[in-house]
Design a protein around this ligand. Structure first.
Ligand SMILES: [Zn+2]
Length: 143
């Protein structure tokens, strides 16, 4: 039994390639374009929800402890929103790559990133080998 892959957009069916289909065919590019657009919409809805939530919840607590809790909560939400905004920017950059027919290949070594990896991480710009190397280097830099 295979474990079900967690997709960025729930319920978005993975691409079924035809036998012998070439990598990054027009159909595949259309599939990833659609996937990215839906993902972006989903994120934008979440960003909006956060904004509304913060507006509705902004209460002027008399107790400094309550105020501190609220401030912490808001700080956390702002960080989440910031992350979502960055992700939306990344999605836009990826959509641009699709437009330029430059999508699906590793920026470091040029190999195919692969459909399965892109399905799970549609904004991936590195193949799994280069990504792993990058992560090792980053860890060494921090250490
Ligand atoms: Zn690579």
């Amino acid at each position: 039994m295979t474990t079900r892959q967690r997709l960025p957009v729930e319920g978005f069916a993975p691409y079924q390639e035809a036998p012998g289909e070439e990598y990054m065919s027009d159909d595949q590019l259309a599939h990833f374009r659609q996937l990215l657009l839906e993902w972006k919409q989903q994120l934008q809805r979440e960003v909006e929800r956060t904004v509304h939530h913060m507006r509705d919840d902004a209460t002027n607590y008399a107790d400094p402890a309550d105020r501190a809790t609220q401030e912490e909560e808001f700080a956390l939400e702002l960080r989440t929103r910031d992350r979502e905004r960055k992700l939306i920017r990344k999605i836009d950059q990826t959509l641009e790559k699709i437009r330029k027919d430059d999508y699906g290949y590793c920026e470091q070594c040029g190999v195919e990133i692969g459909l399965r990896r892109l399905e799970a991480r549609p904004t991936a710009t590195l193949c799994i080998d280069c990504k792993t190397l990058e992560e090792i280097r980053e860890k060494q830099r921090v250490a």
